[in-house]
Write a protein that binds this ligand. Structure first.
Ligand SMILES: Nc1ncnc2c1ncn2[C@@H]1O[C@H](COP(=O)(O)OP(=O)(O)O)[C@@H](O)[C@H]1O
Ligand SMILES: [Mg+2]
Length: 252
């Protein structure tokens, strides 16, 4: 079923490209170039061996959670990837720009653009929370910047019933840890994200974030030996950085 907003020529081109890709490729994600110069992304359930299925979970269920989340949030007017075309085991979304992860890794990324993208991410996460939704795993790889605003593109960890300041504070913790796992300007970008989040934060979230960070302080000494053994593990090294960042926010 194709999105009604597409014109007839664009719809038949989209159908043709997607049908071909479904026949010829088996990968999970594929970018497709359309005749009008635009790009779309085909996402499908990964076919996993029984062993990987145990390790990674049921891919079909993951795709359904993603699809349900995208539909629900789009219905609430929130900026998520719109579904252009879909079938039982796939869906297609328009290209929504580079991910924050790609932007932060690219030394050529314009600094003003980078700051604007992270500011938009904070404001958009607050918007989601103010609408009563918890993202589940807001990581930089799943947030795209189109030059004007961000969109969430991957809602595989979304749980429709989950809401409230405690759940929202976990979203913030995940995003902060993800940002602080990178070198380039990560502190400044985390500041920018949290600044706009705070401007619109639902009541109680930052207090819950502080309590979470306090209750996780034991992670710093616990991970110290592993951090020494694995000096290149960004995620491990970001643990103290994230907790200290939150303690330094001056939350009352
Ligand atoms: N609509 C989109 N616009 C721009 N990039 C996208 C889009 N959909 C997917 N991507 C790219 O593909 C990657 C993987 O897609 P994602 O939906 O996050 O699936 P996965 O479940 O594999 O993480 C993203 O990190 C992003 O780089
Ligand atoms: Mg993803």
């Amino acid at each position: 079923m194709a999105n009604a907003a597409l014109g007839q020529a664009a719809t038949s081109d989209l159908y043709a490209k997607v049908s071909l890709a479904l026949e010829e490729h088996s990968g999970r994600i594929k970018a497709l170039e359309l005749l009008d110069g635009s790009r779309v992304w085909l996402k499908r359930a990964e076919e996993l061996s029984p062993r990987l299925r145990v390790l990674k979970g049921d891919a079909a269920k993951g795709l359904e959670r993603d699809r349900t989340g995208l539909r629900l949030l789009a219905g609430a007017g929130l900026p998520v990837a719109p579904i252009l075309l879909e079938g039982t085991d796939y869906f297609v979304t328009p290209d929504l720009g580079r991910t924050l992860h790609a932007m932060i890794l690219d030394p050529e990324t314009d600094r003003a653009d980078l700051l604007a993208a992270f500011a938009s991410a904070g404001a958009t996460l607050a918007e989601l929370h103010n609408s009563g939704f918890c993202h589940g795993r807001p990581a930089m790889r799943d947030i795209c910047w189109d030059g004007k605003r961000v969109h969430f593109i991957d809602l595989e960890c979304f749980r429709p019933g989950k809401s409230g300041p405690k759940a929202y504070s976990k979203d913030l913790l995940i995003l902060l840890h993800n940002i602080l796992s990178r070198n380039r300007d990560s502190r400044v970008l985390a500041d920018e994200m949290i600044r706009t989040y705070r401007e619109a934060a639902p009541p109680g979230v930052l207090q819950h974030l502080r309590v979470r960070a306090m209750s996780l302080s034991w992670l710093i000494p616990l991970t110290a030996p592993v951090r020494r053994l694995k000096p290149s593990s960004r995620e491990l090294h970001a643990v103290p950085a994230t907790l200290q960042f939150i303690w330094g926010l001056g939350i009352a």
